[in-house]
Write a protein that binds this ligand. Structure first.
Ligand code: DC
Length: 207
């Protein structure tokens, strides 16, 4: 069984995907991390994330980079969004994601294009969203917990810019798959969001 979880940054999709993987005993891939690794590698190479050639060269990052804490910060999230618009980068990362989705027993993947491009054949597709303000507040709280301070306004601007880039790029834009179930976490706490997601998957599987 493949479960596809898509949605914008800080919508709760990562938390939901992890919880679904634990509940249904499936392996989980956070595909955003792959784009973040490319964004980070471009910088390490001294390249320009907006140049397709530089971004493509960074797709052969070493797997050890996936454990780099720098991948989790907002600056790397922004770089990831910039490198992700290049079709050659998306193509280079496709096989790895597709193979993960097709492994025996199934998998949970979260990202932007899982239900539309990576696994259009997924048995259950969720699109997780929330208002920009709530997402920015969540991200600010996370950053504060890890000792970094960011203003809510700056975070809202950053998320809005990222949404705009992810939604309007030509190749595999962030969009709701026609057969996806929408989960709006704006007024849900973590437990309620997870419960709604489990119920949605059960419903997609058993009707
Ligand atoms: O989910 P995230 O914030 O870690 O993703 C970082 C960026 O990576 C996001 O702004 C766009 C890109 N991305 C993508 O284009 N396709 C995916 N499947 C996952 C992430």
């Amino acid at each position: 069984m493949i479960i596809a979880v898509d949605g914008p940054t800080a919508s709760g999709k990562g938390t939901i995907a992890k919880a679904l993987a634990a509940h249904f005993d499936l392996p989980h891939l956070d595909t955003g991390l792959l784009y973040r690794a490319v964004g980070r590698q471009v910088v390490l190479n001294g390249g320009n994330p907006d140049r397709s050639e530089d971004a493509l060269a960074a797709t052969d990052f070493a797997d050890a980079l996936l454990a780099d804490p720098e991948l989790r910060n907002e600056a790397t999230g922004s770089l990831a969004s910039r490198v992700s618009i290049h079709p050659l980068v998306r193509k280079a990362l496709f096989d790895r994601q597709r193979a993960f989705a097709l492994q025996e027993g199934g998998a949970v993947l979260d990202g932007r294009d899982i239900g539309t491009v990576i696994a259009p054949d997924a048995e259950a597709k969720l699109y997780v969203t929330a208002s920009v303000e709530v997402r920015a507040k969540r991200r600010c709280t996370e950053m504060q917990e890890s000792g970094r301070d960011v203003s809510l306004e700056a975070m809202m601007d950053d998320l809005a810019a990222r949404d705009e880039r992810d939604t309007n790029r030509a190749d595999a834009p962030l969009m709701v798959a026609p057969d996806a179930i929408l989960i709006d976490t704006t007024s849900l706490n973590k437990e309620a969001a997870i419960a709604a997601a489990i119920a949605a998957v059960e419903n997609a599987l058993h009707g």
